[in-house]
Ligand binder design. Structure first.
Ligand SMILES: Cc1cc2nc3c(=O)[nH]c(=O)nc-3n(C[C@H](O)[C@H](O)[C@H](O)COP(=O)(O)O)c2cc1C
Length: 309
């Protein structure tokens, strides 16, 4: 089979992307930082660093701690604010014809809606609503762990924008399915899962937590089995597409997430280990499909064969 016969197009609701490899928010900046390593226009879509209504300095250092099979971060949404992004970063990216997903976080429903309304008028292709950041004192995670709140906030943001709306879920909940169903009911076009899991690291010499914030979000290969399980569980109950993420480091991980039911995957911590990982995985995905005579990526999505008893 020729490379040109392979179709990698996938869709997240109304958002159509050229290939299913996306960057996970907060691990790829605004894309430009990675330009020296590759042609960033090859990436299916870039979910940019989390944006807030006003610029944020983020949390105090240390904000990163290495753990077995992963890392903890408590960056706390350091960013220059949504207006700066739209004026200064977005035109450059869109002139390169890159699909851009604006990742937003707020302290109140009104803040989320205001950001969505501003992005609605911009050249962004979609909005990813982060209701799951574990490192911000107010708002954030509280929205993502209460199913009625998930409905209210998704519905309000839905009414504030015509753009495709992706809701990014928190894994720090008892039943991810009921949260996912609420986001779907309120009008989400797609779901991203998972965000980081709340964790902790301790320095026994100082008897203090390693992170200045005491706790942080765990990401990387350590969380992959949990992420896979959640993607699979949610894919069973919702009709809207899922962007799967959590510890994806190689092509096997990518295929596992697609089989579990993700229509696209996002690379997070992997970018920090290998800045070229996204483009390398794209090449690997084509090779995998060619080798296995798979013409269309949709032939892999959700094709997990589970045991029935
Ligand atoms: C340093 C860092 C910063 C992050 N910042 C954001 C953010 O601003 N918004 C967001 O929705 N997720 C953020 N995340 C979560 C990632 O997008 C992703 O959901 C998570 O890390 C799981 O994927 P991974 O294991 O491949 O890193 C961040 C993760 C890391 C490691």
């Amino acid at each position: 089979m020729d490379n040109r016969d392979i179709n990698l197009n996938t869709n997240i609701g109304r958002l159509i992307i050229e290939n299913p490899i996306i960057t996970a928010s907060g691990t790829f900046g605004f894309g430009r930082e990675y330009e020296e390593f590759m042609d960033i226009a090859n990436i299916g879509a870039i979910s940019v660093k989390g944006l807030t209504l006003k610029p944020r300095k983020g949390n105090k250092s240390p904000r990163i701690a290495e753990t077995v099979g992963g890392m903890l971060n408590s960056v706390g949404l350091e960013n220059p604010g949504v207006e700066y992004f739209i004026d200064k970063e977005l035109p450059y990216l869109k002139d390169k014809n890159i699909t851009i997903i604006a990742n937003i976080s707020g302290n109140t429903i009104e803040e989320y809606c205001e950001m969505a309304a501003r992005i609605d008028k911009s050249r962004c292709d979609a909005i990813e609503m982060n209701i799951s950041c574990p490192n911000v004192k107010r708002g954030g995670v509280a929205f993502g762990t209460d199913k009625d709140m998930v409905y209210r906030i998704t519905k309000s943001v839905r009414d504030s924008t015509e753009k495709p709306l992706i809701v990014k879920l928190s894994p720090n909940v008892t039943d991810i399915k009921e949260i996912a169903l609420m986001a779907e009911k309120a009008g989400a076009d797609g779901l991203s899962l998972i965000n980081t899991l709340l964790g902790m690291a301790i320095d026994i010499k100082t008897k203090k937590p390693i992170l200045r914030n005491n706790v942080g979000g765990l990401s990387g290969p350590a969380i992959k089995p949990i992420a896979l399980r959640m993607v699979w569980e949610v894919a069973q109950v919702v009709k809207i597409p899922i962007i799967g993420m959590g510890g994806i480091m190689n092509i096997t991980d990518v295929i596992e997430f697609l089989l579990a039911g993700a229509s696209a995957v996002a690379i997070g911590t992997g970018n920090l280990v290998n800045p070229r990982l996204t483009v390398e995985l794209l090449v690997e995905l084509k090779k995998y499909m060619q080798k296995n005579n798979i013409k269309d990526v949709s032939e892999i999505i959700g094709k997990l064969e589970i045991y029935s008893s």
